[in-house]
Design a protein around this ligand. Structure first.
Ligand code: ATP
Ligand code: MG
Length: 450
């Protein structure tokens, strides 16, 4: 027997009940970003593979093991499904175009799928989604603080109370080099305490050893030389500037000396928002400053900072908090059209269109079914009203209106009086004309001839 076709492991279908939650969430996200002046950008999901190798770094988990890279069968070009959005965003706006030079600093965001070939577990997938936020062309600590403050506002809007901020500074390239020397010397001296992965990275990416999740290595990395001890005056002032603004905004944070981030392009401020409720997948949002990235990709160096929110993890937290169900509007039609007979069906179609013209959501019963079974479907749809049209109503050019959510009697009105009567029944008002939502000019279609 052949196996039923299944979605790829680690890539999940988002079915309607869940997709509605996503759409509600995306509305909240767009409003939130707009209120800070961030504008949308949409990049391709597939990019040239070298973009990620150069941006993220060769010796990183993503490039070494997690990237979906492949050859374009037609021309042999190396391509990759994007594992993150920053590289593509910078490619599109700064490397390929000069948006910042021509239009000034840019506040941008995107929301979409990312792909990493890692082991699926908890809220860790192979296709997952990020809200990415990038501020390009800003050098000061003020934008770092803005990025963090806006995250705090989002947690507040979603009603999340248990997301904690961890902060660190990675300094400049030179400061990292000086720290690296001390770190490698220390790790060399403690080589026997390092696991295989860390021994391999000792010279290629020693900083990453600091954020190892291996419990056996916690002690040795905790005692390692700290980056903070190698920061120069400018980096210290920048870090102090960020902290001062966070304190001003009343945002609590913990300085985590071992927070180094998994992507190579970060410098100075790095941060993570972590929840205790998602197990080992506790980071819902991560970001920082990446002043070196543009230069690394061949552009004229330009300061920048940003972060990415893991959508699946944030939604899981939101659900866990119990706040999600209050905030999400389930879609139910205003009106469900029940009909019997050919003439009634035709009148029903016209009635439905006439109500849609003035802004109501209408579900037309399609297919056969007795009045009774259609009424059951109307009820189950969550509609406020049923329009009931039988042979008799159709012959008279009239329509029955049956409230489904209260004990009001069924009424009967002429087709012409329908919009007003439906608005009256839904809004419960006596002079409904003023309240009928108007369709955009020119969109309306003439109905009424049956
Ligand atoms: P982790 O340490 O959990 O692997 P990361 O450092 O690799 O995270 P980033 O590259 O900083 O993650 O991505 C930002 C956010 O995107 C993460 O904080 C997380 O919320 C989310 N994220 C990253 N990888 C995944 C994944 N495989 N599945 C679901 N969400 C993810
Ligand atoms: Mg990862």
């Amino acid at each position: 027997m052949t196996k039923t076709l299944q979605a790829v492991r680690g890539m999940k279908d988002i079915l309607p009940d869940e997709a509605e939650i996503w759409e509600n969430f995306e509305d909240i996200i767009r409003d939130w970003l707009k209120c800070y002046g961030y504008r949308p950008i949409r990049m391709p999901i597939v990019e040239p593979e070298p973009l990620f190798r150069r941006a993220i770094g060769e010796v990183t988990d993503i490039v070494e093991k997690e990237m979906y890279a492949f050859e374009d069968a037609a021309n042999g070009e190396r391509l990759a499904l994007r594992p993150e959005g920053t590289a593509g965003c910078v490619r599109a706006t700064v490397i390929q175009r000069n948006l910042v030079t021509s239009g000034g600093p840019q506040r941008l965001y995107y929301l979409g799928p990312m792909f990493r070939h890692e082991r699926p577990q908890g809220e860790r997938y192979r296709q997952f989604h990020q809200v990415g936020v990038e501020a390009l062309g800003f050098a000061g600590p003020d934008i770092d603080a803005e990025l963090i403050v806006m995250c705090a506002r989002l947690w507040g809007q979603l009603g999340l109370t248990d997301v904690k901020l961890e902060l660190n500074s990675l300094g400049s390239v030179e400061e990292r080099a000086s720290h690296r020397e001390a770190l490698v010397a220390y790790l060399e001296a403690n080589r026997d305490k390092l696991d295989e992965d860390s021994q391999r990275r000792l010279h290629s990416n020693p900083l990453r050893i600091l954020d190892t999740k291996n419990p056996a290595m916690q002690e040795v990395v905790e005692a390692a030389p700290r980056l903070a001890e190698h920061l120069g005056e400018e980096s210290l002032a920048h870090f102090a500037g960020v902290q001062a603004l966070l304190n001003e905004a009343g945002i609590a944070f913990r300085i985590n000396h071992r927070l180094v981030r998994g992507l190579d392009y970060y410098n100075r401020t790095v941060f993570e928002w972590v929840s205790g409720q998602l197990g080992a997948q506790g980071t819902v949002c991560a970001g920082g400053r990446y002043d070196a990235l543009v230069g690394q990709l061949g552009g004229k160096p330009m300061p920048a900072a940003g972060f990415a929110v893991g959508v699946e993890r944030l939604l899981a937290l939101w659900r866990e908090s119990g706040e999600l169900e209050f905030a999400v509007e389930r879609s139910a039609p205003d009106v469900y059209v029940v009909h019997q007979g050919e003439r009634a069906q035709r009148l029903g179609f016209c009635a439905a269109e006439a109500l849609r013209d003035i802004g109501f959501d209408v579900l037309m019963h399609c297919g056969d079914g007795s009045f009774k079974s259609q009424m059951r479907k109307a009820d189950a749809s969550g509609a406020t009203l049923a329009l009931v049209i039988g042979e008799e109503e159709a012959a008279a050019g009239e329509v029955g209106i049956k409230p489904l959510r209260n004990d009001d009697e069924q009424s009967r009105v002429s087709f012409q009086a329908l919009p007003e009567a439906v608005a009256g029944a839904i809004y419960g008002i006596e002079t409904p004309q003023d309240y009928i939502p108007q369709a955009e000019e020119g969109q309306g279609v003439e109905h009424g001839s049956v």
